[in-house]
Design a protein around this ligand. Structure first.
Ligand SMILES: [Zn+2]
Length: 155
């Protein structure tokens, strides 16, 4: 990735050596030849600097993307800390907003499956349970009452 640095140093040293040698040359053909080498070396250096600029742009973009990810994770951790795991009488689990964090929000639950994927999905009533409309999970909230007990209660 940083091969251009070594190449740029080499090109710079070569250009400097060529420039020094020009001072001692008296033959016009030799001067012309060394100037051609110098131009070639400077063009190499220019190419290496363009590579460096391209890599720098790539790295800056990558750093920006990582900073966005870090911020997203920090915000998610703060949001997730507002909830606690809750077990319904059925035994099913969901994340319930902590009473001290509720403020003006109604009591609600987040899907335990989606929260593990760092996704906030408020569960909605569905029959005798709650449903996550993101992953389609349905959880019962009430304790399971065996059929024979239901008959006794209904009498
Ligand atoms: Zn879900």
């Amino acid at each position: 990735m940083i091969d251009w640095i070594a190449a740029a140093f080499t090109s710079t040293k070569t250009a400097g050596d060529i420039a020094k040698s020009l001072m001692t040359l008296r033959d016009e053909e030799s001067v012309r030849s060394r100037v051609f080498e110098l131009t070639s070396s400077l063009m190499d250096l220019q190419g290496q600097l363009l590579s460096a600029q391209s890599e720098q742009t790539t790295l800056i973009n990558r750093i920006h993307a990582l900073e966005v990810d870090i911020l997203k994770f920090q915000r998610w951790d703060e949001e997730k800390a507002r909830y606690q795991l809750h077990q319904f009488p059925s035994g099913a689990l969901a994340f319930q907003i902590k009473p001290e964090c509720q403020s003006t929000e109604p009591m609600h639950y987040l899907c335990a499956l989606c929260i593990e994927r760092a996704e906030k999905s408020v569960m909605q009533p569905c029959g005798a349970g709650l449903k996550c409309h993101s992953c389609a999970a349905v959880i019962p909230t009430k304790a399971h009452v065996p059929i024979n007990v239901r008959r006794i209660r209904n009498r």
